[in-house]
Design a protein around this ligand. Structure first.
Ligand SMILES: [Zn+2]
Length: 132
C-alpha cells in the first residue's frame, strides 16, 4: 500500500485508529456524521468527494502514524507502520544522533586525543553564543 492510494490509506488509518485510539476514532466518526451535504465544496473546493481523491498533498507526503513508538528500533510498531522509513520518533533520534556525532567526529579528525567533555563544552558554549 502506498500513500498514493487514498482509499487504502484511509482504510489502514481507520483500522489502526480503532485499535490504538478508539476515543479518537469515535470522535472522528461523530464529526463525519455531522458534515453538511456540501462539505466537499466547502472544505475541498470540489463538487463531489470522489473528485478530491486525486488532490495533491499540501506538502511532502508522509504517513500519519497511529501506532505508538517503541524506543527499541527492532520492535517499534510506529516504524513498522511507516514501512520503508523510520517513524517520527526515530527520525528525530537519527537527526539528534547525527547532530551530536558530526561535531564529535569533526573534533576527533582535528585532534584524536580530544576529550568528549571538551567537545560537548565547546558545543554548549557555541549554543550560548548563538542565543546571545
Ligand atoms: Zn520507530
Amino acid at each position: 500500500m502506498t500513500l498514493h492510494d487514498p482509499m487504502a490509506t484511509a482504510d489502514d488509518l481507520w483500522r489502526r485508529l480503532v485499535e490504538h485510539q478508539p476515543a479518537v476514532a469515535a470522535a472522528l466518526a461523530l464529526k463525519v456524521r455531522e458534515l453538511p451535504a456540501d462539505w466537499a465544496a466547502r472544505s475541498l473546493g470540489v463538487a463531489r468527494p470522489e473528485a478530491a481523491l486525486v488532490l495533491p498533498s499540501s506538502g511532502p507526503e508522509h504517513r500519519v502514524e497511529v501506532e505508538p513508538y517503541d524506543t527499541d528500533w527492532e520492535s517499534c510498531p510506529a516504524c513498522a507502520e511507516t514501512h520503508d522509513v523510520e517513524c517520527r520518533y526515530h527520525q528525530g533520534f537519527v537527526a539528534g544522533h547525527g547532530s551530536l556525532h558530526k561535531p564529535l567526529l569533526d573534533a576527533v579528525a582535528l585532534d584524536p586525543e580530544v576529550a568528549v567533555r571538551t567537545v560537548l563544552q565547546q558545543l554548549a558554549d557555541d549554543d550560548e553564543e548563538m542565543q546571545g
